[in-house]
Design a protein around this ligand. Structure first.
Ligand SMILES: NC(=O)c1ccc[n+]([C@@H]2O[C@H](COP(=O)([O-])OP(=O)(O)OC[C@H]3O[C@@H](n4cnc5c(N)ncnc54)[C@H](OP(=O)(O)O)[C@@H]3O)[C@@H](O)[C@H]2O)c1
Length: 312
């Protein structure tokens, strides 16, 4: 079996596609033959060692969290999934390893893949869709509310806009001016540039969802109605402190759980979540593609997805 892994933290040059023997799934775990795996910005950050207090120093480490595939084997106590089931899921932050022919994940983070989703689409949902869903849940989104999404055309931003609109909210947001038409097509109105004048939108929003983590807190507060909520998903130590002391400002770290992964799969099945895929490449071309993404990421182009062989 092949797996993209690395033997020390560092830049893209530490990545290797190596032979790897998958472990037997432990109690409550499933072993999945991966069909597709989606890339997230956090894959790059983790490989650089930015979360090493959480991810540890045990090497080699696998890379990647979002996957779709077919259950190969299940561990003790797993009754909801069986070998042969078509699934989508996420690995834990610490485990990673989705950029591989096989991946082990907790049963509770893996659900049946809706039949109307491609392997590639299903492999993009877990992290971005899950974080958008959990952020809006933390903000207690309700029908009729007004939501501002900073970075509305990114993977999390787009998902947040789609979920909020389907829930009966109105959505405004920021993106590059050259992409305003894409934002309008998504249902975002008004769309503003990254350096927008917050005074012109003062007091309009029940929820400000900062998916890029770049809005100054004063700007977010300017946008907010009294009693509104600010959600930030790009944490720093200072932001964690602010979040702990505030009801209106919350840092949200997405964490998979069965109910939420089921809900994300349902939203995608129903056409609410519509992932945008920019490029699909086979696993043996994944390292050059990841390196290119990191060095020359083109704005607003959607997800990079890796595909694995279909049989054997
Ligand atoms: N807390 C969590 O659990 C969690 C989970 C998932 C992701 N994240 C983090 O959330 C961030 C977004 O993730 P993603 O998957 O959505 O990434 P993404 O798909 O790369 O989207 C990022 C978006 O931010 C936009 N952007 C760039 N500069 C901006 C600015 N100054 N103001 C507003 N938006 C700006 C980008 O626009 P262009 O494309 O035009 O440059 C892009 O649309 C990343 O930092 C990621 O690590 C956190």
């Amino acid at each position: 079996m092949r797996r993209i892994q690395y033997h020390r933290y560092g830049g893209p040059e530490v990545l290797r596609l190596e032979e790897w023997q998958p472990p037997r799934p432990g109690p409550g775990q499933v072993l999945v033959r991966v069909r597709a795996a989606g890339v997230n910005p956090m894959d790059i950050g983790i490989r650089h060692g930015r979360l090493k207090s959480l991810t540890g120093r045990k090497f080699p480490r696998g890379l990647g969290h979002d996957f779709s595939g077919v259950v190969e084997a299940v561990g003790d106590g797993v009754t909801r999934l069986r070998p042969g089931d078509e699934v989508l899921g996420v690995t834990s932050l610490k485990a990673a390893g989705a950029f591989a022919d096989m991946v082990v994940a907790e049963e509770t983070d893996v659900v049946h893949k809706p039949a109307n989703l491609s392997w590639e689409q299903a492999a993009t949902l877990g992290i971005a869709g899950g974080t958008a869903y959990q952020g809006l849940k933390r903000a207690e989104l309700q029908s009729g509310q007004a939501v501002f999404v900073a970075g509305v055309l990114g993977a999390v931003g787009r998902s947040a806009a789609q979920i909020a609109l389907a829930a009966g909210a109105t959505v405004s947001g920021s993106c590059r001016e050259s992409a305003w038409q894409d934002a309008h097509d998504l249902g975002v109105s008004p769309a503003v540039g990254f350096d927008f004048d917050a005074q012109k939108l003062r007091g309009r929003f029940d929820i400000v969802f900062d998916t890029a983590g770049k809005l100054p807190i004063a700007t977010s507060r300017t946008l907010l109605k009294p009693g509104g909520r600010i959600i930030d998903i790009v944490p720093t130590p200072a932001k964690f402190v602010r979040s702990a002391l505030s009801r209106s400002y919350q840092v949200v770290i997405g964490k998979a759980n069965l109910q939420d992964v089921e809900e994300i799969a349902r939203l995608a099945k129903d056409g609410v979540l519509r992932p945008l895929i920019s490029q699909t490449v086979p696993l043996d071309k994944a390292i050059p593609a990841l390196t290119e993404l990191e060095r020359n990421r083109a704005p607003g182009t959607g997800k990079l997805v890796f595909t694995m062989m279909s049989e054997s």
